[in-house]
Design a protein around this ligand. Structure first.
Ligand code: TYD
Length: 206
């Protein structure tokens, strides 16, 4: 039996982590063995790469370097965690995956979505999510939520214009892949969002 692979996407502060925990509980109750991962990160090496990418001191980091670092962290995560889990029938839920690179690096940084998917084709080794939950919310709302929670990292410190490109980029990407990417209005309350996600997963499992 092949497992299922779900990714969570959206601008910074869209509530992915909260919803991810709720999906985990729901799928566990259904008897699935769940593996939770996050990007960039999820393995010792990928977490080390994350430290480099998000370090506020590296203001000189080039966009191509950034894109390749995200892809390298992803390659390790796929090899070490995602691929073996899917192949052994588990359910993997990842807080971000390749669409984050398509949107942040491809669209907001302007490297081009095609180029970014090309780099990542090598990293993901055929592992595309069965379902991607896109939590849609205005950039301003997401960033102000982040500011209230913690100190901002290198990406979160970007301009509002950048984050607006991200939010818009996700909407565009979702319109290009409507069969895989499911968009939800993330300004709704936590329970309402969760119910909509559950409905979508149920239809996927059927
Ligand atoms: P995330 O872990 O979601 O941030 P936080 O834990 O602070 O909520 O993601 C880290 C940042 O990296 C976020 O701003 C999005 C960005 N990112 C990319 O630009 N490209 C990528 O491929 C990924 C996975 C993340």
């Amino acid at each position: 039996m092949r497992g299922i692979f779900i990714s969570m996407e959206g601008p910074d502060g869209s509530g992915k982590s909260t919803q991810l925990e709720l999906i985990k509980k729901y799928l566990e109750e259904k008897g699935y063995e769940i593996i939770i991962t996050r990007e960039p990160g999820g393995t010792k090496i990928s977490e080390a790469v994350r430290e480099i990418i998000l370090n506020k001191d590296y203001t000189e980091m080039g966009y191509m370097t950034e894109a390749l670092l995200y892809a390298s962290a992803r390659a390790q995560l796929v090899t070490e965690v995602i691929k073996p889990a899917i192949e052994s029938g588990k359910a993997v839920i990842s807080d971000r995956f390749v669409d984050s690179s398509a949107v942040y690096q491809g669209m907001a940084r302007g490297l081009g979505v095609e180029n970014v998917y090309k780099i990542n084709e090598f990293a993901i080794q055929g592992m595309m999510p069965d379902l991607t939950i896109h939590l849609d919310l205005p950039a301003k709302v997401g960033i102000s939520r982040k500011k209230d929670q913690k100190e901002l990292d290198r990406m979160e410190m970007e301009t509002l214009d950048f984050h607006e490109k991200v939010a818009e980029g996700y909407r565009k990407l979702a319109s290009l892949a409507p069969d895989r990417i499911f968009t939800i209005d993330a300004t709704q309350d936590i329970d309402t969002i969760h119910k909509q996600i559950v409905e979508k997963i149920e239809s996927l499992l059927d």
